[in-house]
Design a protein around this ligand. Sequence first.
Ligand code: FES
Length: 286
Amino acid sequence: MDGNILVVDDEKIVLKSCEKVLAPEGYKVSTVASGREALDLLDKNRYDLIITDIKMPEMDGIEFIRQARKKNTDINIIVITGYPSQESIREALSLRIVDYLPKPFSPTILLDVVTRAMEMKKIGVAPQPDVEDYTEEIASKLDAIIKKSRNKLGSLIPVLQEAQELVGYLPPVVLRHISRGLRIPLSEVHGVVSFYSYFTMKPRGKHNIRICLGTACYVKGAEEIVKKLTENLHIDVGSVTEDKKFSLESVRCLGACGLAPVVVIGKDTHGSVNPVDTMDLLTNYQ
Ligand code: FES
């Protein structure tokens, strides 16, 4: 892989870990601690991708993206954020970011997000994320879903449900499509998606595994279950297996504390899971 990446974050550890993960992959990584320094570098060098934190002193990430866009309208930008639901992500979406990295992020997620962004750049796609899942066919099916519901009160949630069934998840490009189609501000669409845990902006596997890490489940061995699943499926929490069969998510409480520890696979709830038998849970879903 080659390409010039500029990482902007006021936390040294984030800069260092991005460099540590991306440089061995062949990327040329420049790191700076502020938006100002990054804007200076943008005047001097050409970059294929910017990865920027949102919360930074002096100039925050949103202002930096705004100014960076004036210098290079088509550059792909990924934002790093602690909470994808925070207000600033909505603004970032309207500034056409290609993706976001939840903080803290694992090397696998960082590489996955960067690889996708660089591939988009290579085939000449301007900030249009998740392009492989947003084909012309999908776009016209989305139009049909929107058409059915346009001008109907409370149409947003049913449209989002159908869109998620169609695409499998709700990437930024789909949210923008729905926002335009229903004439609802993007911030409102994003607000609904981040409020309901049913909706996801990240791809999920055929079988989505949700592990409860709430207190009751945690004290009864949820952490051991997570360890077993991540080791055996070879993915981190928040990722999808290579064959797209399983994805792994953690949740705070599933409201079934009496059954702790709880694991939900698709629509099936498994209670009182013995960590030793974790992998047996998956046999029916292979
Ligand atoms: S803490 Fe796990 S279900 Fe409540």
